[in-house]
Design a protein around this ligand. Structure first.
Ligand code: PGA
Length: 251
């Protein structure tokens, strides 16, 4: 059966000392607890190595927030899959709406990154989701379908199975406006159906589909109780160890 995954996307927050503090607090909060979900933290690049050393011998996994699609070269300011592997990353968030809208990343570029991550044994957390305008004009399914088809283009069933999908409606990110559990489930079921078309029912049933967008300690339980919601990608609420713990323990 598929895994529940709760991932914390720290975005551009926490300097080195603050990162050490946050992950140390999280370790304390989770100590001795029975976890029903895989826990992933995705700090900034500068904190990856120290966070990795602090989560050693715990069940907390390391993720990165982005990477480039090629092996190495003259790409000032970029980071490669191999570099992320070398500091102990197991996951990488790709195609986040902030990367798409602020940094102009296209589906084609994200598709290259997904392939590169898989080639380097990193698990991509592939983000998709519609804007408020798209939701209001009724094109949510169309937008999500075209993002997923394009970003998974050319992947084998096995590769798709090794990918995590995160549905993150843009209007719910950082706004305090969560999709209702029913709204989220509707899109998650649609995504599962699409993944079935792209692969087969057995493969699609094993793919973790996370919800993201203003997930917090109060709304997590109900969202995560829906049949096709297999975890959460958490922004704001992962920046405090106790609220992230409550989300993790709501699985
Ligand atoms: P949020 O961010 O929880 O602050 O809405 C979620 C995300 O962007 O992954």
């Amino acid at each position: 059966m598929r895994k529940y995954i709760i991932a914390g996307n720290w975005k551009m927050n926490k300097n080195l000392n603050e990162a050490i503090q946050l992950v140390s607090d999280l370790k304390t909060e989770l100590d001795g607890k029975v976890l029903n979900a895989e826990v992933v933290v995705a700090p900034t690049f500068i904190a990856l190595e120290v966070v990795k050393s602090l989560v050693k011998n715990t069940s907390i996994k390391l993720g990165a927030q982005n990477m480039h699609s090629i092996d190495s070269g003259a790409l000032t300011g970029e980071i490669s899959a191999d570099m992320l592997k070398s500091v102990g990353c197991e996951y990488v968030i790709l195609g986040h709406s902030e990367r798409r809208t602020i940094f102009g990343e296209s589906d084609e570029f994200i598709n290259q990154k997904v392939k590169q991550a898989l080639k380097n044994n990193l698990i991509p957390i592939l983000c998709c989701g519609e804007s408020l305008e798209e939701r209001e004009n009724g094109s949510t399914f169309k937008v999500v379908e075209s993002q997923i088809r394009a970003c998974l283009n050319g992947l084998s069933n096995e590769e798709i199975k090794n990918t995590v999908v995160a549905y993150e409606p843009i209007w719910a990110i950082g706004t305090g406006k969560t999709a209702t559990p029913e709204q989220a489930q509707e899109v998650h079921a649609f995504i599962r159906g699409l993944l079935t078309n792209l692969t087969n029912a057995e493969t699609a049933s094993e793919i973790t589909i996370q919800y993201g967008g203003s997930v917090n300690a109060k709304n997590a339980k109900e969202l995560l109780s829906k049949p096709d919601i297999d975890g959460a990608l958490v922004g704001g609420a992962c920046l405090k160890a106790d609220s992230f713990r409550d989300i993790i323990l709501s699985v």
